[in-house]
Design a protein around this ligand. Structure first.
Ligand code: HEM
Length: 359
């Protein structure tokens, strides 16, 4: 028999090993808040799915920046380009084919992991309503994402589809992260002020919006498109200037591409203010409560700083594939940290459960 450990990043204090109810309540509410034992295998599977989707997002960036987005067939080629690769099940050895196809393979592995999580949760974790819903929602979005991926290829990597594709991937990642945190019993003692809870949600929404706007901007660069002109696009629409733009600060209205670029910057400033405010408040409250969450507030601040630096270098140093991938990876990590902080401060208090049954 193995015992369930509370391994969340923010577990504030060592809790009693006896099952107990939240907020000192009783009756059916207390019963619904008792923890069902989660098999260690389920926890491992859920974290593996989080890792696989993270890698998938980065690989998606590599596919785009290496001009491989249409590596399996041109726009309008129907099933010839997706789900097949140049009309074949197994692609040739051209680097673009291989990159585009490896993205599909990792997508397939991630989908299988998520299907396994859903089956496991719905068949064995009968009382874990949250985990069941989170994994099912992730699976629903994976189906949507697969169709969207096909449409993105079919419609010549249109920037709107690229942005929605990235935004959906981030939501899938967040759902899986929430499921993994719930399976690891990583929720807080639940004593956070409602102002901090609202701020955390707003911060996550803002990070997501900044990421989607960044995806849209990347989409305008037309990597991989037929007859793509890399000098066109929003990336250099402010010249090589940051934080200024074309001799001003926010010269909206000069051109469509400048507006796309400035929208990403404007959202970035909102995100930066929200992340820094949230980090300061979480740090203050966490210190007062002796809660480890304060460390994650510092991590959020560091990741934000790195992300802004990478974005600025992206503009100032002009085109460099690895900088774009590093910017995408760090943006995704910022999303993971923001969502994780949000889960921690908004999570319902839960009680330690009985020992896990080996399954
Ligand atoms: C909170 C801060 C930020 C976040 C979360 C963020 C996120 C993102 C994301 C996710 C992308 C899409 C990358 C891809 O799909 O490959 C992107 C693109 C981009 N971002 Fe940011 N970004 C931030 C700050 C900045 C800053 C300060 C700049 C400086 C101007 C910047 C400039 C760019 C540029 C130029 C691109 C397009 C890169 C390309 O050519 O593909 N970003 N951003």
């Amino acid at each position: 028999m193995k015992t369930v450990m509370s391994v969340g990043i923010d577990t504030p204090t060592k809790r009693s090993s006896k099952p107990r109810a939240a907020g000192g309540g009783g009756g059916s509410d207390a019963r619904s808040n008792l923890l069902e034992p989660i098999p260690a295998g389920f926890r491992r599977l859920s974290w593996t799915a989080v890792t696989a989707v993270f890698l998938l997002v980065i690989l998606g960036g590599v596919v785009r920046v290496s001009d491989s987005g249409l590596g399996c067939g041109p726009a309008g080629s129907g099933t010839h380009g997706w789900p097949l690769c140049n009309g074949r099940l197994v692609p040739g050895l051209d680097v673009n084919h291989v990159l585009e196809y490896s993205h599909r393979i990792v997508a397939g592995i991630s989908s299988l992991l998520i299907i396994a999580l859903v089956l496991w949760a719905w068949r064995r974790l009968t009382a874990e309503t949250a985990i069941k819903r989170l994994t099912a929602a992730a699976l629903g979005l994976v189906v949507f994402e697969a169709v969207l991926g096909g449409a993105t290829v079919e419609y010549d990597l249109h920037e709107l589809l690229v942005a929605v594709h990235l935004g959906t991937a981030m939501i899938i990642l967040a759902l899986l992260l929430a499921a993994a945190r719930a399976a690891s019993r990583g929720t807080t003692a639940g004593l956070w002020p409602s102002g901090i809870k609202r701020l955390a949600v707003a911060t996550s929404v803002s990070v997501w919006a900044t990421i989607v706007a960044g995806g849209y901007m990347s989409g305008t660069q037309a990597y991989g498109r037929a007859a793509a002109d890399q000098t066109f696009g929003a990336r250099l629409a402010c010249g090589a200037e940051f934080p200024g733009c074309l001799g001003g600060w926010f010269p909206f209205g000069r051109s469509e591409m400048t507006d796309v670029h400035l929208a990403h910057r404007a959202l970035m400033y909102v995100t930066a203010i929200l992340v820094l405010t949230l980090a300061a408040l979480v740090l203050r409250h966490a210190r007062a409560r002796g809660d480890r969450l304060g460390r994650w507030a510092l991590v959020a601040t560091g990741v934000l700083g790195l992300q802004i630096l990478l974005g600025a270098l992206n503009v100032v140093l002009d085109k460099s594939g690895w900088l774009i991938i590093a910017h995408l990876a760090t943006g995704t990590i910022l999303w993971i940290v923001a969502v994780s902080l949000t889960i921690s401060v908004t999570g319902r208090p839960r009680a330690q459960g009985p020992p896990a049954r080996p399954i």
